[in-house]
Design a protein around this ligand. Structure first.
Ligand SMILES: [Cu+2]
Length: 171
């Protein structure tokens, strides 16, 4: 059964080289502004939008303003890098408000973005902060001393040397 290609070449009796030149000439050349380049521009634009949108989605938790709370609160940032600050001063008998800021997302495979602020020596003080959350906690230290606070819910738990700090309580 003869193919259409065979019919075309046999009818004209052209040499191999001529046939090749002919096929090269017929190759569709696209002018700028044609439908194809319009489609390319649309695809490019869509790609840029998707990339920017994705970046904004992941950056937003780190950029959004914090809600205002107790003006005397001490802000403590919780992240996979540890506590910032990792040393907090307090006074016995005086209420201390800590504002925990956790900007980690739930996408963290280790602990799901949760962090903790726990002090065993102070009535088993234990605050857990969900991902992308700001949480205030007030307590009154009843005794002076240097107390270790830690997080035991992420990246290696209490063994992680970064997730440890000191609460220094003066009398
Ligand atoms: Cu943690």
């Amino acid at each position: 059964m003869p193919t259409s290609e065979k019919v075309r070449t046999t009818g004209k009796n052209v040499t191999r080289k001529e046939a090749r030149n002919e096929s090269l000439r017929r190759r569709p050349g696209r002018k700028p502004g044609s439908r194809l380049s319009g489609l390319r521009a649309a695809t490019f634009g869509l790609t840029v939008l998707v990339v920017l949108g994705t970046a904004a989605y992941f950056l937003w938790p780190a950029l959004k303003p914090l809600e205002e709370g107790n003006p005397g609160a001490v802000t403590v940032q919780l992240s996979m890098a540890g506590f910032a600050p990792f040393r907090i001063e307090a006074k016995t008998g005086e209420p201390l408000t800590l504002r925990f800021v956790n900007r980690d997302t739930q996408f963290h495979t280790d602990g799901g973005g949760w962090h903790q602020f726990a002090i065993d020596e102070l009535d088993s003080l234990d605050v857990k902060v969900p991902p992308q959350t700001t949480k205030e906690f007030t307590f009154t230290p009843g005794k002076a001393g240097e107390f270790e606070f830690y997080c035991d819910v992420c990246c290696g738990g209490r063994e992680n040397p970064a997730m440890v700090g000191t609460l220094a309580v003066r009398s």
